[in-house]
Write a protein that binds this ligand. Structure first.
Ligand code: MN
Length: 405
């Protein structure tokens, strides 16, 4: 079964706009980008409403396309209604591109000129059609693709949530594959840099965070004329729970792997810290870390008494850490990452002298620990060791909002 192994989401005002009217949601398995329009902050209101209707997730839906389309319909109705009740917000609207990751496919609902892309085997494919004037002119053969690139009315869209009482939305599903990278973005990215450049950046930055930051930087370097929103996630196969992620090119750093631009107050619970805790030496079974720790202390004590040079001690510790890392591949604990997001870690919450971590970030939720009640925070983020199944189902419930307050 495929699931989201790594994600990164952020939005940037760009270099020319004063406000950011884009909104996003990155709450796996649901990802949304909305780009609002309208005067006096109305665009911001519209895009926020579009994202809000997805905040509670879809549950275990059997018909994701239908459910996504229904949410889009209710967002349209809410925005339309509000635009009539308030003169300042008359005519406001928003684009919407929402993706739901189901077990074997991604379902997409889409209106406007935000986009969804997939990078697979180094090839970038656009999964959505723009509902824009330029795109219609292109389809009618009235302009060439070259003319479209710099067309003065590039940002005029022909369909949006809000302006009309009802809206036609595109829905589609695509079969997924391990290693697929998905990008949702607002036009502030794609009007600033070419798809070739997007493809190149995604291909050369395997970590989602690096790719996202590089995309934003490239759009800003090209002028940053509009708000830029980027939501990225990568799917991996999780059917072999003891195996490391198949195409993870580097060991992720749990403190920097994921970032969300959602309101994210300072982390209330620190990431797994480095207690001066020794390695679980020869810990074949990682289920009893305390005992393993005892052995570790004893071993280290012996080494010290024999006055083995520090360098050799470090080498030994390094080898032990490597062994422990393999042995620890099947235990998990829940903590928070550097940005306060509830995170699933593989391994045990200890760090060896020299900064060698016995854990790695396995999955970052979109849930900020600060949204949990203190009691829930204590029981969930207590770093107790769990099986992958237990930990995953806990986090799944958390993401569905069942464990909230
Ligand atoms: Mn825009």
């Amino acid at each position: 079964m495929l699931r989201v192994a790594e994600q990164y989401a952020t939005t940037d005002t760009g270099r020319q706009r004063r406000a950011n009217e884009d909104s996003l949601l990155a709450r796996s398995p649901l990802f949304v980008v909305a780009d609002g329009m309208g005067g006096a902050q109305a665009g911001e209101v519209a895009s926020k409403i579009a994202v809000e209707v997805f905040e509670q997730g879809l549950g275990d839906t059997a018909a994701p396309e239908t459910d996504l389309a229904a949410r889009a319909g209710s967002a349209n109705a809410r925005i339309h209604e509000l635009s009539h009740s308030n003169a300042e917000q008359a005519g406001m609207g928003t684009t919407l591109t929402a993706v739901y990751v189901a077990p074997a496919e991604v379902a997409i609902v889409h209106v406007g000129d935000s986009r969804a892309y997939r990078l697979r085997d180094g090839e970038l494919t656009r999964l959505t059609d723009d509902h824009s004037l330029v795109d219609e002119l292109l389809r009618q053969g009235k302009i060439t693709p070259e003319e479209a690139v710099d067309h003065p009315q590039r940002s005029v869209i022909t369909r949006a949530l809000g302006p009309e009482p009802a809206v036609e939305v595109d829905t589609r599903s695509y079969a997924t594959r391990a290693g697929d990278v998905y990008l949702l973005c607002s036009d502030g990215l794609t009007t600033m840099i070419s798809e070739e450049r997007v493809s190149e950046i995604l291909s050369t930055h395997p970590r989602m965070r690096d790719a996202g930051e590089a995309l934003i930087a490239a759009a800003n370097e090209a002028g940053g004329r509009d708000n830029i929103t980027v939501v990225l996630f990568r799917l991996e196969d999780t059917s072999a729970p003891g195996e490391p992620a198949p195409s993870s090119p580097v060991t992720p750093d749990p403190r920097t792997e994921e970032q969300s631009a959602l309101p994210d107050p300072p982390p209330p619970a620190p990431p797994p810290q480095a207690p001066p805790s020794p390695p679980p030496v020869r810990a074949r079974s990682p289920r009893r870390p305390d005992e393993a720790g005892e052995r570790g202390r004893a071993r280290k004590g012996r080494l010290a008494r024999r006055a083995v040079p520090a360098v050799i001690t470090l080498v030994v510790l390094g080898l032990l850490a490597a062994g422990a890392y393999l042995a620890l591949g099947s235990v998990y604990f829940i903590g928070t990452n550097g940005r306060g997001l509830v995170t699933l870690y593989r391994g045990v919450p200890y760090q060896l002298p020299g900064g060698i971590e016995l854990y790695s970030s396995d999955y970052v939720t979109g849930v900020s620990a600060s949204t949990l009640s203190p009691a829930r925070r204590r029981t969930l983020l207590d770093h107790s060791l769990r099986s992958e199944g237990d930990a995953s189902s806990l986090l799944h419930s958390l993401e569905l909002g069942e464990l909230g307050e």
